[in-house]
Ligand binder design. Structure first.
Ligand code: ZN
Length: 387
């Protein structure tokens, strides 16, 4: 079973309003027309996007025990399509990360295949995020996934991912950049993360992120704060997972203390009307992931009551993203179909979301303008030909 064909649990594909209006031939290939346009994706975890075939390949090659040996059986264990708690979600990684972490060829290959996968989904610009420490087996304390100590440092990991992304860009003709993640439960890694962001600045790495359990108190350790201060000082862009399952106070802290320029998820921001209004005024970008939010129980499972509905109404600056497509058995089509089917998305909203994503990307200004132009051109072309 191929990557793109894994889709149990996907909402039905729906036709876009334009196609309904003019009965055009835009569905000739069976896909709704909004799915065929170029997309920008800003929130997707590289380590939540491996191909199951690749996990099995490297596990066999490295003689690492997996909980299953076929793609189907493996997916039954590491992916799901009914809501689980965030803790249960996080427990999925331990099953397959040991097959990839600590192996040069595997790390480079998953980055390359990530670009291939996104190109097939019609994504023209993507920012892939990951923790370099989670893929290392040297100079990392503790060594993750119960690996033996080896010789791949977090620095080597970034270099290998960069090679894979660059080769993927050439082969599949899309643009891919990366974001390095600090982990909330590992503040002692964060200063190393920002140093890697500096070393590889614009050499695919465009920003720093903070991921993991939002209930952990930021001030319990100064590691994250210091790392973000250094990022500000060195002109490294900043995003933070906040307000996904956590309260608006985590979002407030991300903006005020960590100087986040974008918020990962941010759904619960709307529970604090004052903060929400302030962020709307600032045009803060929210990286929303509808299907992910359903499966992690971050939001009301009824998509018609999803915070994105409020974002649409308020013309907020936000994007649509997959988050962890391996674990959620999804592609970007799933999130776009949810938006169309349950959230009342129009063609205009898909356009606005992608333009906003491009404008809020962490590309240098010139490249950002080129990306915005590329999208405008694609959407204008669609309008003039009536598709
Ligand atoms: Zn995420």
């Amino acid at each position: 079973m191929g990557w793109a064909s894994r889709g149990e649990g996907e909402p039905d594909s729906v036709i876009c309003q334009a196609a309904q209006r003019d009965n055009s031939t835009s569905r000739m290939d069976g896909r709704a027309c909004y799915l065929k346009k170029p997309k920008v994706e800003l929130h997707v975890h590289l380590d939540g996007s491996f191909k199951p075939e690749t996990i099995i390949h490297f596990a066999k090659k490295r003689q690492i025990q997996l909980p299953a040996n076929t793609v189907e059986e493996l997916l039954k264990i590491i992916s799901y399509d009914e809501p689980l708690s965030l803790t249960e979600f996080l427990s999925k990684f331990k099953h397959y990360m040991p097959a990839i972490a600590g192996d040069r060829e595997a790390i480079k290959r998953v980055a390359y295949e990530f670009v291939e996968m996104k190109a097939k989904e019609g994504v023209v610009y993507v920012e892939a995020r990951y923790s370099p420490h989670f893929l290392a087996n040297a100079k990392v304390d503790p060594i993750p996934w119960e690996q033996e100590e080896g010789d791949i440092t977090p620095d080597d990991v970034v270099d290998l991912v960069n090679q894979g992304l660059r080769e993927g860009e050439k082969a599949f003709n899309i643009k891919a950049r990366s974001i390095l993640c600090c982990m909330r439960h590992m503040p002692k890694w964060s200063l190393e993360v920002v140093e890697l962001c500096k070393k590889y600045h614009n050499d695919t790495v465009v920003a720093i992120d903070l991921a993991g359990d939002e209930s952990l108190i930021l001030e319990a350790d100064a590691g994250h704060r210091k790392a973000y201060e250094e990022a500000v000082r060195c002109g490294i862009h900043r995003t933070v997972h906040a307000g996904e399952v956590g309260p608006p106070s985590v979002v407030k802290e991300a903006v005020e203390v960590l100087k986040a320029e974008r918020i990962g998820h941010g759904y619960h921001t709307i529970e604090d009307p004052h903060l929400y209004k302030e962020l709307l005024n600032k045009e803060m970008h929210f990286e929303t992931c509808p299907w992910s939010s359903y499966l992690t129980g971050a939001c009301d499972p009824d998509f018609t009551k999803h915070p994105v509905k409020q974002f649409i109404k308020d013309k907020a600056n936000y994007s649509l993203n997959t988050d962890d497509p391996l674990i959620f058995r999804s592609t970007i089509d799933v999130d776009y179909n949810i938006a169309a089917k349950y959230m009342g998305f129009t063609e205009d909203e898909f356009y606005r979301v992608n333009i906003n994503a491009a404008k809020s990307s962490f590309l240098p200004e010139k490249e950002k303008k080129d990306l915005v132009y590329k999208l405008q051109e694609a959407y204008d072309m669609v309008v003039t030909t009536g598709l």
